[in-house]
Ligand binder design. Structure first.
Ligand code: FES
Length: 199
């Protein structure tokens, strides 16, 4: 079982079974998060996690666990993609030149293999807190009124856009990490295995 995460609520984890875990992007109406019981052995081994995103709607995200860390998968809207270019002057590393923050196949303006699908670790690059989804535009606690949506870390106020790129003048030094991942098919992602390795 997995729950899709609503834009405005908190996120969390999901799944793994043994070997390659399979996670379904459940189309649950209730916004909350998921909580599943991954196999301890699979987690310890860092096994790849297979995720079904067939029911993941535009503008929504789901979270799975891989190697003990939350991995967020977001199906971005066209507006989210368009806004990436609009805010680049407000970002610390808009072109993702800190190369170890993403695999080479995600070193592009969307930081992803397919533009609409972002796969990123939900771990703040400052001190490792869990950022919160702030998908709504406009002001909120700690966020200015020109906010176009993204992620906000409540621990010390770091902010990230819909590509996981960090804003300027916040404690987090780098963009969120894009983990190794690949597409097995249109709606199946394997987290933990690089795209080239499955080609
Ligand atoms: S851990 Fe996120 S801002 Fe400090």
């Amino acid at each position: 079982m997995t729950q899709e995460v609503d834009n405005s609520r908190r996120r969390m984890l999901t799944t793994v079974t043994s070997g390659v875990g399979l996670v379904g992007a459940g189309a649950m109406a209730v916004p909350f998060v998921a909580s599943m019981a991954p196999s301890a052995r699979a987690k310890a081994a860092g096994a790849p996690v297979e995720v079904d995103i067939s029911t993941l709607k535009e503008g929504r995200m789901l979270a799975v666990e891989w190697r003990g860390k939350p991995v967020w998968i977001i199906r971005r809207t066209q507006k989210m993609l368009d806004d990436l270019a609009q805010i680049r002057d407000r970002l610390a590393d808009p072109d993702s030149m800190v190369l170890d923050q993403q695999p080479t196949y995600a070193h592009n303006k969307y930081r992803s293999i397919r533009p609409e699908i972002l796969v990123v670790l939900g771990v703040c690059t400052h001190l490792g807190c869990a950022p919160t989804e702030k998908f709504e535009t406009g002001a909120a606690s700690g966020i200015s009124d020109d906010w176009v949506g993204g992620f906000f870390c409540p621990c010390h106020g770091s902010a990230f856009d819909f590509a996981g790129r960090v804003y300027r003048n916040v404690p987090a030094p780098t963009n969120l990490v894009v983990p190794p991942h690949s597409f097995l098919s249109e709606n199946r992602i394997l987290v933990g295995v690089d795209q080239e390795e499955t080609a």
